[in-house]
Design a protein around this ligand. Structure first.
Ligand SMILES: *Cc1c(COP(=O)(O)O)cnc(C)c1O
Length: 357
């Protein structure tokens, strides 16, 4: 362990804060906070929302619901654009709500709603907001998108963006990464909302001196330094296309063995799939972990026990992709979710070709 007030750490922090700008695709400063993704969401909100302000939340699943809870917790006037699970919002839908409610000052959404594996059209919504409602701030929870998919903060007119270390950054939980637009900064400095740990003004001043305001999360920031180096050396395009290729592989072969896609706008960072019998995913997942040592996720609330979710972010090798599909197939048979496939041999050869194995 090195101390956080040392020249050695100063260099690492400076490099991380600089390299993050390439990931966020922004000219504005980026921040690294010792907190989970939800802490980063809270930081975006408490700095840019004034008490009692009207806020529109796009709620298409568990994490959209969380935005809504936060707005209410901090005394905002909550307006919800409720989207059925598995569907994405459209810029038109957002436009219609804003037209009817001219008091709304902020729009909050996920880029990828992780609970349903759905990608929202962030670029289109950002463009519409810039053209039609230039005073509204647009806050995006990019926790399963930033670092995994194209998400260009400045070009897409995003005013607050957050990512998390344990999702696309292949690290343990504990860091939240965020940035604010110039427009957001105009409001942050005069915002009367009470805030202490997440007051980004302290962090901004400390970062200008080459430090973090509170003690730095030295070990995770060192690890992030290595990950950012790797991603940027490889190139963002290549990195994104590797994740996309994994998603395409899983979507293609899972459908061949009996699963169906849950989302109508599937994200490349995580794939949600209906079980062939639309139930039984809880036991299925448990056994996948016990017998094959593979961890995937299930569904929550209305999707509970009905779906599985497979992540494509992180360090995943082609051989593991193959093992995943073989294990899924075997378990589907054992759980009598599907009948034996006559062409399983052919499917396997095709998978190996796709994976260059
Ligand atoms: C995981 C996740 C979060 C919550 O992150 P924590 O680190 O658990 O606080 C928030 N939003 C999205 C979209 C997520 O996928």
């Amino acid at each position: 362990m090195i101390h956080h007030r040392t020249p050695e750490f100063d260099q690492i922090l400076a490099r991380v804060l600089l390299q993050l700008k390439s990931i966020f695709q922004t000219e504005n400063p980026c921040y690294v906070l010792s907190t989970t993704g939800s802490g980063g969401m809270e930081c975006l909100l408490v700095n840019t929302m004034a008490p009692k302000e009207a806020v529109l939340v796009i709620n298409s699943g568990k994490f959209g619901e969380r935005w809504g809870q936060m707005v209410e917790c901090f005394g905002g006037e909550l307006h919800t654009l409720k989207i059925p699970w598995g569907e994405a919002a459209s810029a038109d839908q957002v436009y219609n709500v804003l037209k009817k409610n001219p008091q709304i000052k902020l729009v909050l959404t996920q880029a990828c709603e992780t609970s349903t594996g759905t990608l929202h059209p962030i670029q289109e919504i950002g463009k519409m907001l810039k053209e039609q409602f230039p005073d509204i701030l647009f806050l995006v929870d990019g926790i399963t998108a930033l670092g995994a998919l194209p998400l260009s903060m400045d070009q897409w007119n995003i005013d607050g963006l957050v990512g998390g270390s344990q999702k696309a950054f292949m690290l343990p939980t504990g860091l939240s990464l965020l940035s604010f637009s110039k427009k957001a900064w105009g409001k942050i400095s005069q915002n009367p909302m009470p805030r202490f740990y997440f007051d980004i003004r302290h962090e901004q001043k400390a970062n200008l001196k080459g430090e973090t305001f509170f003690s730095s999360n030295v070990s995770l920031i060192r690890a992030l330094d290595i990950i950012l180096n790797e991603i940027l050396k490889k190139g963002l395009e290549t990195h994104f296309s590797e994740i996309k290729t994994r998603a395409q592989f899983v979507r293609k072969y899972c459908q061949k063995i009996g699963f169906t896609l849950y989302s109508q706008f599937p994200s490349d960072s995580v794939t949600a799939l209906w079980m062939p019998q639309k139930s039984g995913s809880h036991k299925f997942r448990e056994e996948l972990e016990k017998r094959f040592k593979i961890t995937i996720m299930g569904g929550q609330d209305e999707a509970k026990d009905k779906i599985i979710r497979i992540g494509h972010m992180g360090y995943i090798l082609p051989q593991q992709q193959l093992e995943l599909m073989e294990s899924l197939y075997q378990l589907l048979l054992d759980h009598q979710q599907i009948a034996k496939l006559n062409n399983w041999g052919e499917i396997k050869s095709e998978m190996k070709r796709d994976l260059n194995l």
